[in-house]
Design a protein around this ligand. Structure first.
Ligand SMILES: Cc1ncc(C[n+]2csc(CCOP(=O)(O)OP(=O)(O)O)c2C)c(N)n1
Ligand SMILES: [Mg+2]
Length: 351
């Protein structure tokens, strides 16, 4: 990493021969900080019982969300697990609609009917938000197959956790993706735990990037706490897939600061371990440090940004809370019609 001036672009940072303009770095920083504060607000609203059901926060994992989005094209497909708020925010979906979804409001991104685990945005090629561990992998395979079939130049970015990678359907998908050279990048967000089970307790091969070897899928391990490294390496992986060379497996090493979900007391790890990641490797603090060192910003600038974002997020939460709940008739929309037609008469049905 070095600070420098580029004749065309002015001040910035060069990381691994890639020049990042000050503007782009500020945007990446802003995006990560926004996700952090959004998640904190969601945690707070959950504590107040305003959000119900399952809710999985991604604090600590922001560099993965933002770095990968930076490397991708908006037309690329993206599929995630239930830990999806950060990814959809990084995609650029409306944060008020996302907060409204968490609150079960009609203005939610899926009309308040999906909740935290089932974020979806067709316009932004974001296909969830999948609650079953590993479910998104065979579905992502289908997206990539469609892209190859239609020759539309899109790449599918399919995220999964360190727990999900032990699912059988993942390996069936690896085989077909490699066999047919599909344009897909599998990203394992290795945050060290699957609920309360550490990677070492659950996996015989803990180098998760090697899991594609027997399918001839090349793999790489990246520092998922470093947004610039994530952007760089993901750009290479995406280029590999887009150029017709088939899938790539990327293991992004990261850490979740909060419990698995809101009901997790996190007794399976020590406070010291969490502190080591938080204070030593935090992705937002790291980029801040790099930008200060490069003379692109100072402490005051970051403090002001934090204040502005906190205010913005508070306003978003207020606006989302003010939205009405879905009408009861919504129970019967967006579901398989057959069920309505043949099985479930409902109040107000006229036949
Ligand atoms: C098929 C299936 N089995 C079990 C569960 C319960 N479950 C929910 S999350 C989870 C752990 C997954 O951990 P990981 O893949 O590492 O993702 P992370 O939560 O760390 O992001 C489990 C076992 C589930 N949702 N689906
Ligand atoms: Mg995990």
């Amino acid at each position: 990493m070095s600070a420098n001036q580029s004749p065309e672009n002015g001040a910035g940072i060069t990381y691994d021969s890639q020049f990042y303009t000050a503007e782009r770095l500020h945007e990446m920083h802003r995006s990560m900080l926004f996700i952090r504060r959004f998640e904190e607000k969601a945690g707070q609203m959950y504590g107040l019982k305003k959000i119900g059901g399952f809710c999985h926060l991604c604090n600590g994992q922001e560099a993965v969300c933002v770095g990968i989005e930076e490397a991708a094209q908006p037309t690329d497909y993206m599929l995630t697990s239930y830990r999806d708020h950060g990814h959809i925010l990084a995609r650029g979906s409306d944060p008020t609609a996302i907060m409204a979804e968490l609150l079960g409001r009609a203005g939610g991104i899926v009309k308040g009917k999906g909740g935290s685990m089932h974020m979806f945005d067709v316009e932004r090629n974001f296909a969830g938000g999948n609650g079953i561990v590993g479910e998104q992998v065979p579905i992502g395979l289908g997206f990539a197959f469609a892209s190859k079939y239609k020759d539309d130049g899109r790449v599918t970015l399919c995220f999964m956790g360190d727990g999900a990678i032990n699912q059988g359907a993942v390996y069936e998908s690896f085989n077909m993706a490699a066999l047919w050279k599909l344009p897909i990048v599998f990203v394992v967000e290795n945050n060290q735990y699957a609920m309360g089970t550490s990677l070492e307790r659950a996996s015989s091969e803990t180098h998760l990037f090697k899991r594609g070897i027997s399918f001839k899928i090349p793999g790489m391990r990246i520092d998922g706490m470093d947004v610039l490294e994530t952007e760089r390496r993901m750009s290479e992986a995406i280029e590999h897939a887009r150029s017709g060379q088939g899938p790539m497996l990327v293991e992004a090493v990261t850490y979740r600061y909060r419990g698995h979900s809101m009901s997790d007391p996190a007794t399976y790890r020590t406070r010291q371990e969490v502190d080591e990641w938080r204070s030593g490797r935090d992705p937002i603090a790291r980029l801040q440090g790099q930008m200060i060192e490069a003379g692109l910003a100072n402490d005051e600038d970051f403090k002001q940004r934090d204040k502005d974002i906190k205010k913005e997020v508070a306003e978003i939460a207020k606006a989302a809370e003010a939205m009405p709940e879905p009408d009861a008739s919504e129970l019967y929309t967006d579901i398989y019609n057959d069920l309505i037609e043949h099985a479930y008469p409902y109040p107000g049905r006229e036949d």
